[in-house]
Write a protein that binds this ligand. Structure first.
Ligand SMILES: Nc1nc2c(ncn2[C@@H]2O[C@H](COP(=O)(O)OP(=O)(O)O)[C@@H](O)[C@H]2O)c(=O)[nH]1
Ligand SMILES: [Mg+2]
Length: 264
């Protein structure tokens, strides 16, 4: 059996990570795959996600606050480092639950995930050759040109830090109008359209900033593909699967016995 394909779901707090992990697990299961869900968020209060492996078994934010007499912010940081110390327990649990896919829900606060050395250690310990980061664009931010550019830069930072293939997802598209979705996707497909939108959006034109942003956007063009998804109406889940499969198998066709039903 192949090493499982691992997908880390990351993005700003509230972007929809936990909901998407839940929805994608059920999509995979329906399509005939086994999926293990790992919760790496020691502060998770989700009652909908039932992880197979839960970091809270070893590290809980509330306990860290109490034990080290820390406020919520300090405890988040301490907990992120304590999580790294439990990575071999997680790895051991994963090896006992061999499955086709591993879906990892990451801490709610992206800066803890993106900027702590401990998360780098965790990813290095858990990732094999078949790993992918799904970076979630929250539509509340992504629908404005400056928010879109900021998310793009954050996603590029995550890719730069972890050196794993990174795929950008626009979440909660059920909350957007088709015209809004189309506009956001057009920014992802055409750097020129994004630069125009950024310029239109600036209260007072700033030539120096504009040209700096323009160069940054142009150089990020290869990272700008964006897949629209919704955990509500389940759109984008099959394309997410196909993309992951392509990354994991280097573009080879699926084994017929594993191919999900054609949704036409
Ligand atoms: N309408 C809609 N709401 C969503 C969707 N995904 C998540 N939400 C809501 O957005 C909020 C944050 O979602 P959550 O999955 O907890 O985000 P996380 O902090 O990134 O894990 C919750 O209130 C969810 O119900 C979606 O696809 N559509
Ligand atoms: Mg969450």
């Amino acid at each position: 059996m192949d090493e499982p394909g691992t997908i880390y779901f990351t993005g700003t707090a509230g972007a929809g990570k936990t909901s998407l992990v839940t929805a994608f697990r059920s999509w995979l299961t329906t399509a005939g795959y086994s999926a293990t869900v790992v919760n790496l968020d020691p502060g998770s209060e989700s009652t909908t996600l039932q992880p197979d492996i839960d970091i809270r078994e070893w590290v809980r934010l509330a306990d860290v606050m109490q034990e080290y007499d820390l406020g919520p912010n300090g405890a988040q940081i301490a907990a992120a480092d304590l999580v790294a110390l439990k990575v071999f327990e997680v790895k051991q649990a994963l090896s006992e639950l061999r499955s086709d896919y591993v879906l990892v829900d990451t801490p709610g606060q992206i800066e803890l995930f993106a900027f702590r050395e401990s998360s780098k250690a965790i990813l290095e310990a858990l990732s094999g050759d078949r790993s992918l980061v799904a970076f979630l664009f929250d539509p509340t931010l992504a629908k404005s040109p400056s928010g879109f550019v900021s998310l793009l830069m954050l996603s590029a930072t995550v890719e730069f830090r972890f050196r794993l293939p990174t795929y950008n997802l626009l979440t909660k598209v059920d909350l957007l109008t088709p015209a809004q979705v189309e506009e956001i996707l057009s920014w992802g497909e055409n750097p020129g359209a994004l630069v125009d939108a950024v310029e239109r959006d600036m209260p007072t034109p700033d030539a120096q900033l504009s040209s700096g942003v323009f160069r940054a956007i142009e150089s990020m063009a290869p990272l700008m593909t964006l897949l629209p998804t919704s955990s509500q109406d389940l759109s984008g889940l099959e394309p997410l699967y196909r993309h992951a499969q392509q990354v994991f198998q280097g573009g080879e066709d699926l084994e017929p016995s594993h191919a999900p039903p054609d949704e036409g």
